[in-house]
Design a protein around this ligand. Structure first.
Ligand code: GAF
Length: 390
């Protein structure tokens, strides 16, 4: 098995989806949309505390093609990266309101259809995605935003981009039942080529931060430990952060200062809750700093902050895992590495490393010599969701 993950590209994915659509439904699709995956450079587990995050969209894509079918049913066929095909159908929202139900994967689609700001008539669609699943690269948000964009093309009804991200986030809360923050849906909707976005998760405004990739590369390393965020750990972290904010009398930890850790201690706050709060307060300030210096190419300091972020996620937030810690430790101090950290929700998934471009090959070999089954991907920031030619 190859250790490289290579994005298939829009044209190939559309071709695959179109051919599958014609073979399955016997006619041409009329609408096509796509949405990318993402990596987060820094600002982890703080979007739901109204903090700052710094993600970028990546060239793995979910493509949806389809058209109305003149029935009361929505029929879907999803082709996974492995080639496995999944099918499901559910009533159009013209017929009856939707509710979450099995199969689990269909809830990512149903939630978006249910939250779309117009009645959706029966349609047929094929979804093809090469965003690795369970790798912490936002395959869920990619499907949600691709479906939303597809529905915009189908119905002619559109909403503003921030509203679109919020509706897709609401869909994920209500249907798969994952209480995510706004980061993934936001960046998948609004990603910009050659830029990361410094997103203020309180105002929902964002600033573009140029990521120059002439001399540096962002190496993504999939630990191939599957992560699953709908379990109890992610909601628990979110609840612990809210508990700390409540104790401080704040709407969220965004308003908290370093001194508030002492305040929480004096208030007799639970030790785990204090650790989570410390991570959030420090990670917000690290992210603001990287947002200011990355565009000025201060890769050395950015790298230091990556390591600090990882250690905090591992020890204070406790959302890393031994494999991600191992990957970061292999890179710590290696020639050509500015910094490394886990990215995304954690409990498995990917690490990222900011490295000198010339050292990428050597660093892959170093990891391969010490880590059992990594998959590599060198990442360029790409554009967010869009309607495309079918
Ligand atoms: C997951 C969530 F969906 C995001 O909202 C964010 O909280 C992330 O984990 C951690 O930063 O991807």
């Amino acid at each position: 098995m190859s250790n490289e993950a290579v994005p298939k590209g829009e044209a190939l994915l559309v071709k695959q989806a179109r051919e599958k659509y014609i073979a399955t439904y016997g006619r041409q699709p009329t609408v096509a949309a796509c949405a990318p995956g993402r990596v987060n450079l820094i600002g982890e587990h703080i979007d739901y505390c109204e903090g700052f995050v710094l993600p970028m969209a990546i060239p793995f894509l979910t493509v949806v093609v389809g058209g109305y079918n003149n029935t009361d049913e929505c029929r879907l066929l999803s082709v996974l990266g492995t080639g496995e095909e999944l099918q499901t159908k559910f009533p159009s929202t013209k017929k009856s309101p939707l509710k979450p139900e099995q199969p689990g994967w269909s809830n990512y689609v149903k939630g978006v259809v249910a939250n779309f700001p117009d009645v959706v008539d029966g349609f047929d669609a094929v979804i093809v995605s090469d965003v690795p699943m369970g790798a912490g690269l936002s395959s869920s948000a990619s499907i949600e935003v691709a479906i939303f964009t597809f529905l915009e093309g189908l119905t002619g009804v559109t909403v503003g981009l921030v509203e679109k991200a919020k509706l897709c986030q609401k869909a994920e809360h209500e249907f798969p039942g994952m209480p995510c923050g706004i980061m993934d849906q936001y960046i998948v909707t609004m990603g910009k080529r050659e830029h990361a976005l410094l997103i203020d998760c309180r105002s929902l405004e964002a600033e573009q931060v140029p990521l120059e990739t002439d001399d540096v590369a962002l190496l993504v390393i999939n630990s191939n430990v599957k992560h699953q965020l709908t379990g109890s750990e992610y909601p628990q972290r979110r609840a612990q952060c809210q508990e700390a904010a409540d104790k401080l009398g704040l709407p969220s930890l965004r308003g908290a200062k370093r001194d508030d850790i002492e305040v929480l201690k004096r208030l007799g706050c639970d030790e785990l809750v204090i650790k989570r709060a410390q991570h959030v307060i420090e990670e917000i300030s690290r992210t603001e700093e990287v947002g200011k210096i990355l565009g000025k190419k201060d890769f050395k300091r950015t790298g230091e902050l990556f390591y600090q972020s990882h250690d905090s996620l591992s020890k204070l937030m406790e959302v890393s895992c031994p494999e991600l810690d191992q990957l970061v430790n292999i890179l710590r101090g290696a020639t050509g590495v500015y910094g490394a950290r886990m990215t995304g929700g954690g409990f498995g998934g990917c690490a990222i490393a900011l490295v000198q471009k010339s050292e990428v090959g050597n660093l892959k070999n170093l990891i391969l010599s010490q880590y059992k089954n990594p998959t590599f991907f060198v990442c360029q920031p790409t554009d967010g969701a869009r309607l495309i030619k079918v």
